[in-house]
Design a protein around this ligand. Structure first.
Ligand SMILES: [Zn+2]
Length: 495
């Protein structure tokens, strides 16, 4: 039967309206869960089941819009995985729980590992805990494998795979993404290793980094000397000023900020677009003065992106956004914190402090590149080559050795992104490179201090254009040349 274009459009919009209803129910519960409030598993299950029905209906009748089609595959796979996802959520903190070390009177577990690392002065204790968790990590591998197998099966039914869908959404081929990740990982390696040796005595109290000194340990310690310059500053006020200057005052009213300190609240900040564009929630708890700045700037980027959606746009356009696009707005605002003139003139910091910030931010960005290169490449090969978990661990270990230093392969099981998401890891790398290109354009066109005055209004208009595009963000217009981003991060005053 031939369906008239206009009537099928209407029908797709109607499915979208239903989709949105269950999406809201599900994200409210996920928001509660992540922010340490009571959440209702039965609501999550019921909403997920309704999304499966709607997705199946869509998939049997339509192939366009393509993003909606692929989103249906993701929705079915996510719903089928839900029971195991919830089981993993609980089992992870129980399995990865220390027999030896405590924090605030309780055994250190997966959730408090980073807090422990940031505070524990003894290298040997941190090493022991790392070894203990690596030894226990295979205990959660069956659940992680089960989840990925479900994804694989769901996509297979529709002759696709999680990786194919990801590549299509990101406008990439397998080889292009592989080369991109490699160039960044290999390109960052040399400067990273020099910088790591430079900072090791200060942040680790020893000559050099070892396998157990992971990215999050470094991140939890590297910014300590900067904190004294930020204790009296209010990150929320600063970022809201930027966002207002850029012309997003109205959007600001739609962003709810939750900064309460609840015990079960996730230690990393996040943003939920519960209803786009009218209910966007930024959630954080205070961790340390400088990192509160970077995380809030980041999450406000997600916030204005969500609040910029057009109310009248159909569901698929408002909600279904490629992952690297979602990270583009957040990383754009976060990158202000490594613009020397912003730090000097807006945050009132002197040149020496600015240099300290740049060196430390660049070092962490280099660590991010080498570490995420290993995660990203392992993960895309995982789908392409059909790895078992053991093969994945073996490959991850090889890749860490290639990009920085050899880390026990099972470490990836303890990460908060790589074992949780089908792909995701390359998205931050893609977004960072895009943001560098974008920021250079803004500086060329509107001057160095584009966050204030008339320039801010013009830059704000560009941001608004890209942000309101949501699911129709044009990925084809970006060069995606990794070099400018790599070059900037490799600038270190002590080299
Ligand atoms: Zn983000």
């Amino acid at each position: 039967m031939k369906i008239l274009a206009s009537s099928s459009d209407n029908r797709i919009d109607e499915i979208g309206v239903e989709f949105e209803k269950y999406h809201i129910q599900l994200s409210e519960q996920r928001y509660n869960q992540t922010s340490g409030l009571d959440y209702d598993k039965s609501v999550m299950e019921a909403a997920s089941n309704s999304l499966v029905d709607l997705s199946t209906l869509f998939l049997t009748q339509y192939t366009e819009p393509r993003s909606f089609y692929l989103h249906c595959l993701a929705a079915i796979s996510q719903a089928r995985k839900l029971p195991i996802t919830l089981e993993l959520y609980e089992k992870r903190t129980k399995t990865l729980s220390s027999d030896t070390f405590k924090i605030h009177g309780k055994p250190v577990n997966w959730g408090s590992w980073r807090q422990f690392n940031a505070a524990e002065p003894e290298d040997n204790n941190r090493k022991q805990l790392f070894d203990e968790f690596i030894q226990k990590a295979p205990g959660i591998a069956p659940l992680i494998t089960k989840r990925f197998n479900i994804s694989r099966q769901v996509y297979q039914l529709y002759e696709s795979s999680p990786l194919d869908a990801y590549l299509e959404r990101e406008f990439l081929t397998y080889n292009k993404l592989k080369d991109f990740v490699n160039i960044l990982g290999d390109g960052a390696r040399k400067s990273f290793l020099v910088a790591a040796d430079h900072f090791a005595p200060e942040i680790l109290g020893k000559e050099s980094f070892d396998y157990h000194d992971d990215f999050y340990l470094a991140r939890g310690r590297i910014y300590s000397p900067l904190n004294k310059h930020f204790t009296k500053k209010n990150p929320q006020k600063s970022i809201e000023k930027v966002v207002s200057n850029l012309g997003f005052r109205e959007e600001l009213h739609k962003i709810k900020v939750d900064n309460e300190d609840r015990e079960k609240k996730s230690p990393s900040a996040f943003c939920f677009g519960v209803q786009i564009p009218n209910d966007v929630r930024v959630v954080y708890k205070r961790v340390s003065p400088f990192s509160d700045f970077t995380s809030l700037y980041h999450e406000y980027g997600h916030g204005i992106h969500g609040a910029s959606g057009k109310e009248d746009d159909p569901f698929w356009k408002r909600y279904i956004v490629p992952m690297s696009v979602a990270e583009t707005f957040s990383i754009f605002l976060e990158m202000l914190l490594q613009q020397p003139l912003y730090l000097q003139n807006e945050l009132g910091l002197n040149e020496d402090v600015v240099q300290e910030i740049l060196d430390r931010r660049h070092f962490m960005n280099l660590y991010f590149l080498v570490f995420y290169a290993a995660n990203a490449l392992m993960k895309i090969e995982y789908w392409k080559k059909g790895y078992s978990y053991e093969e994945a661990s073996k490959r991850f270990q090889e890749l860490t050795k290639r990009y920085f230093w050899e880390v026990p392969g099972d470490y990836w099981l303890t990460h908060h992104i790589t074992p949780n998401y089908d792909v995701y890891a390359p998205s931050y790398m893609l977004a960072s490179v895009r943001v560098k290109e974008w920021m250079n354009q803004m500086i060329d066109e509107f001057g160095e201090e584009f966050w204030r005055g008339d320039a801010a209004k013009q830059v704000g208009a560009v941001i608004r254009d890209l942000a309101t595009a949501r699911g129709e963000f044009d990925l084809s217009v970006w060069d995606m040349d990794p070099q400018p981003y790599l070059k900037e991060q490799s600038e270190l005053s002590f080299l």
